[in-house]
Structure formats: structure tokens, C-alpha cells
Design a protein around this ligand. Structure first.
Ligand code: PLP
Length: 367
């Protein structure tokens, strides 16, 4: 597909323009409203998620904030997982109250969510695999609770991808993505996406046009390129992560390994039931026995595994949630949700898995 590097589209006459505005014929007007490359990549996302419509955004946060603003109003209430990506948590905790929107944070695994919804609850919001503890909530149950009280279930499916989980088929009304991560997959674009029913996505579309966070044509083209290999990549990330998780789980320097593919994970049975293809994603975390000191030493011991605050590229990378994604939580709150001072999170890449294991093994040996 060509890259349509244009901000506006011309018309042969006014009736031509009117017909496009009135949606009587297909066509484009202005690239903040809609553009060919954005539509092309949205079509792929609709197929991948089994939705009806999709939109692509300039970042994952643009997708999340636009979707939430489109679906709630002053006086509404949101029930959200207490372990969310730091930016989402910041938006929910520190920004939405300015608009008269209240958010209750809930432990989706241990609390009875039904008891936390109210007459004014309009959204239940969660992630398919939480960061960094890799917990998996019961999406079918959450969608039943949401629909029983006329609310919508929104699911951030960034860590899982459509290859590992399809929240729409479990009852979610829309799924959200940071396309910066696995969908892009090569660490070269920022992007976001929303996929869902036509009714929900049409509501969000109006606010995408209004707030102006559509993904640019060049990045849409790169994203479409990446989606061609999403299935292959997601499988390889997952298979490699399973092997690394099994290695770490039995290592004497490791206190705990967090990965939903491990039978020892409290989320394993739910993940097995909900996930596709017996895959569990490419993300895992570890608590080291030596705590913060050991985490520091491990990072310095890596040769090719780089320390950076992102994930889902082709190469294995490591991040330190307490110091990056969760640095804005208070220490007490962070420890309460299980994100310890020395916990490291790995994004397992596409390298030969024995190379990944031997690099981690060598660094652990030197602790
Ligand atoms: N959702 C999850 C699960 C994330 O990990 C991130 C970013 O790390 C985001 C949303 C936000 O996406 P972006 O950085 O593309 O705005």
C-alpha cells in the first residue's frame, strides 16, 4: 500500500464533498478525521481481534485517554484494576477527578468486583496480563458484571496481543493497545489502537477527531508491515518466555518468578482457560533473593540484554518497575500490590532461546 503523505483531500465540487461528509460515498476530507493508511491498518486490527471497527492513535495513552473520555461523563464512576500501567493509573488517579469522574481501584483477583460496582458505574477497566506481576483476571466474569449494570468492559490487551488473548470473544466491549509494543514489535514507532463493537468505536471516533490523536500515515504503514508477522513473533516471544520462566523458577538466586504459563502462577488456570494456542505472552518478572542490590548487579552483568523502560521489541530487554513504570506509586502502595524494590521485568525477545538463558545464567552466577 502506498503511504498517503497528505493532510487534506480535494473534491471535484461541493456535491462531491457533501456526499463524503454525509457518508453517502466513501472518501477522505482531512487527515485528522480519517486517512487511507489509518483505515488500512484498522481493517487488519478488526480481523485480528474479531471486532467490528478499529481506530489507530498516536500512542497507547492517546487511545486510552480518548476512549475513556468518549465513554464517561461528569458524575460517572469507573471500577479499575489496581495494577495498571503507570500512565493509565496516573490518568485515573490524578486526572479524571478534575472532570467529576470517580475511580475505584480494585484487586481484580481477590476482591468481589460485583460488590464494587454502583448505579453510576459506566466502565470496568482492566489489563489482560497485569504489569509487572503478570496476573490474569477473569474477563468473562468481569464482562458479565459490567453488562449486568449497563456498564462497558474495556481491556488493555497490550501484553497479551490478539495471538494470546481475544478479550472481545470473552465479552469485552473494546480492547485497547499500546501499538508501540508488540503490534509495532520493532521498537521504531509509537502508536495505539482501539478495537470493538461499531457502537462503542463510533463514539470514540468522534473524540479522536476532536482531540486529534490519530496515528500518522507513515507510522500506520510501518504498523501494517509489523502486523504481517505478529502471529509468528507473538508465538516465538511466548515460547521463549516459557523456557526462560522455567529456568528462572528453579534458579537458587530467584525468590519468585511471575509468569502465567507457570503452573505455580495463581493465574495459570484462568490463563489456560482464556488464552489462545496455549501461549502466555513474552513478559515475565522476577524477585531476586538479594533484593535491590542483586537487581542492580544483575543489570550490570548483562552483555546484550539492555535496560530500558519499554518492551516487546525483537531483542530481550529488562526494566525495573519500581524505578520506571511504577515510580509514581507511593512506596507503600507499590509494596502493597507486590511490586518490590528489587523486582525486574523481562521482555523476552526473539533470539535463540538458549542464548537468552545462558546470558541470564551467567549474570546470575556472578551475583
Ligand atoms: N498500556 C500498557 C500495558 C503499556 O505498557 C503502555 C506503555 O508502556 C501503555 C498502555 C501506554 O502506551 P504508550 O507508551 O504507547 O502511550
Amino acid at each position: 500500500m502506498p503511504i498517503y503523505l497528505t493532510s487534506a483531500f480535494s473534491f471535484s465540487d461541493v456535491s462531491d464533498m457533501d456526499a463524503i461528509y454525509n457518508q453517502e460515498t466513501d472518501g477522505y476530507i482531512y487527515a485528522r478525521m480519517a486517512a487511507p493508511n489509518a483505515d488500512a491498518v484498522s481493517e487488519i486490527l478488526v480481523a485480528a481481534d474479531g471486532g467490528e471497527k478499529a481506530l489507530v492513535f498516536a500512542s497507547g495513552m492517546a487511545a486510552i485517554t480518548t476512549a475513556v473520555f468518549a465513554l464517561v461523563s461528569q458524575g460517572d464512576h469507573i471500577v479499575a484494576s489496581r495494577t495498571l500501567y503507570g500512565g493509565t493509573r496516573d490518568f485515573f488517579e490524578n486526572d479524571l477527578h478534575r472532570f467529576g469522574i470517580e475511580v475505584s481501584f480494585v484487586d481484580m483477583l481477590t476482591e468481589d468486583v460485583r460488590e464494587r460496582v454502583r448505579a453510576d458505574t459506566k466502565l470496568i477497566y482492566t489489563e489482560t496480563i497485569s504489569n509487572p506481576l503478570m496476573e490474569v483476571p477473569d474477563l468473562e466474569k468481569l464482562s458479565n458484571i459490567a453488562h449486568d449494570c449497563n456498564a462497558l468492559l474495556l481491556v488493555d490487551n497490550t501484553f497479551a496481543t490478539q495471538v494470546v488473548a481475544k478479550p472481545l470473544s470473552l465479552g469485552a466491549d473494546a480492547v485497547l493497545y499500546s501499538a508501540t509494543k508488540y503490534l509495532g514489535g520493532h521498537s521504531d514507532i509509537m502508536g495505539g489502537a482501539v478495537v470493538g463493537s461499531a457502537g462503542v468505536v463510533d463514539k470514540i471516533k468522534r473524540f479522536q477527531t476532536l482531540y486529534g490523536a490519530i496515528l500518522g500515515s507513515h507510522d500506520c504503514w510501518l504498523l501494517a508491515r509489523s502486523l504481517r508477522t505478529l502471529e509468528l513473533r507473538a508465538r516465538a516471544h511466548s515460547e521463549n518466555a516459557m523456557r526462560v520462566a522455567l529456568f528462572l523458577e528453579n534458579h537458587p538466586q530467584v525468590e519468585k518468578t511471575f509468569y502465567p504459563g507457570l503452573v505455580s502462577s495463581p493465574s495459570h488456570e484462568r490463563a489456560k482457560r482464556q488464552f489462545e494456542n496455549r501461549l502466555y505472552g513474552g513478559m515475565l518478572s522476577v524477585d531476586l533473593k538479594g533484593g535491590e542490590r542483586a537487581a542492580n548487579a544483575l543489570l550490570s552483568g548483562f552483555k546484550t540484554i539492555t535496560f530500558l523502560p519499554s518492551l516487546a521489541g525483537t531483542a530481550t530487554t529488562v526494566s525495573w518497575p519500581a524505578k520506571s513504570s511504577h515510580r509514581f506509586y507511593s512506596r507503600d502502595e507499590r509494596l502493597k500490590i507486590g511490586v518490590t524494590d528489587g523486582q525486574l521485568r523481562f521482555s523476552i525477545g526473539l533470539e535463540n532461546v538458549e542464548d537468552i538463558v545462558s546470558e541470564i545464567d551467567a549474570a546470575l552466577e556472578n551475583l
